[in-house]
Design a protein around this ligand. Structure first.
Ligand SMILES: Nc1ncnc2c1ncn2[C@@H]1O[C@H](COP(=O)(O)OP(=O)(O)OP(=O)(O)O)[C@@H](O)[C@H]1O
Length: 323
């Protein structure tokens, strides 16, 4: 089996099938007295989209910066496909695509110039750079704006340029901090499709996001963090198996409440434009059964739908446990 060395002469670990996975074990990082990340564990397998979820200040960006080798941990270990970013920085960086929450580029350069410069930084063969940049501009739908200075791009267009920049060297691990921020609904759908395609191509995709309702569609699993610590890791299927909240409303709210009570189901009344009853159901079969029972009992059901995603439900439950 081949053992490689990086530029600094450190022996790299054997190249194996997990070259795209990324793992952090008990990593910590403080800023003065602030313990931004404390003994955090994180794993994102190759070929999957992993969501990094947590409230403001939980330590998500600090963890991503460490995973991207842009910030050194005070303690703990990080492995990118078996390589430690501290000792194999150049090789790890060539494997990682990093999309920060704000673009932060040379604003007077054009989108094309920025991607060209990044391709040079990553030492892509110069003969192929022009074609690679044009392909990437097309992929993130910026071909029409390719020769405009970055400062004139809208927030959503800058996000797309940032994604193109993260992908220009075809990394095996993608770290995306709030990638959907500022994107319009159509662009969000495109982003979702692109992230699924990248995972299907074998890359480890890590997405930090507060838009939990969308994550069920994107993520295969999630790592929940809070106050610098990992509080739960679970697959989206595991999250779905613990049930999800449904919102039900009817033309006659009293009749609906009476029937739910008769069926022995705990519910609460949600504030909103129209009164809706919300209740936790274990799976789609339970939801179908309840809808049938309500209709057969003559309750005029006017809406019946999941009120939260599976990952959102886990997040809200964790929040509830903390209070
Ligand atoms: N460079 C820094 N200097 C001092 N404190 C910092 C620094 N970077 C982060 N922190 C602190 O570390 C904690 C974690 O911050 P971090 O940005 O990682 O959280 P986050 O989960 O990404 O938050 P958000 O969802 O709001 O972006 C916060 O209390 C923050 O104030």
């Amino acid at each position: 089996m081949a053992i490689r060395q990086d530029a600094a002469g450190h022996p790299a670990q054997p190249v194996s099938g997990n070259s795209g996975s990324i793992t952090a074990t008990a990593v910590s990082r403080s800023f003065g007295r602030v313990h931004a990340v404390e003994h955090m564990d994180f794993h994102a397998p190759a070929g999957k989209v992993t969501a990094l979820i947590g409230p403001n200040g939980a330590g998500k960006t600090t963890l991503l910066l460490m995973l991207a080798s842009l910030l050194a941990p005070d303690s703990g270990t990080i492995s990118v496909g078996g390589l430690d970013p501290v000792h194999h920085r150049a090789e790890v960086r060539s494997r990682i695509g990093w999309m920060p929450d704000t673009l932060g580029v040379w604003e007077s350069l054009t989108a094309r110039e920025i991607l060209t410069q990044m391709a040079r930084f990553y030492r892509l063969p110069s003969a192929g750079i022009g074609q690679r940049v044009s392909m990437m501009l097309d992929r993130v739908r910026l071909s029409d704006l390719a020769d405009q200075p970055a400062r004139v791009l809208s927030r959503g267009q800058q996000q797309r340029l940032s994604l193109g920049r993260a992908l220009i060297h075809d990394p095996s691990v993608l770290l995306l901090d709030e990638p959907a921020s500022g994107l319009d609904p159509g662009s969000r759908v495109e982003l979702r499709t692109m992230l699924r395609q990248l995972a299907a191509a074998g890359k480890a995709v890590v997405v930090s996001s507060h838009v939990l309702s969308e994550l069920d569609e994107i993520a295969d699993g999630a790592v929940f963090v809070n106050q610098g610590r990992t509080v739960r890791q679970q697959t989206t299927e595991e999250a779905a198996a613990s049930g999800r909240r449904y919102a039900v409303s009817a033309t006659d709210s009293e009749a609906l409440a009476a029937k739910l009570t008769e069926l022995g189901l705990a519910f609460r009344v949600e504030d909103g434009r129209r009164p809706a009853f919300s209740l936790l159901l274990l799976n789609d079969d339970d939801a179908a059964r309840l809808l049938r029972d309500l209709v057969l009992a003559g309750v005029g059901v006017s809406s019946f739908a999941p009120a939260s995603g599976a990952l959102e439900e886990t997040y809200m439950n964790l929040e509830g446990e903390r209070r």
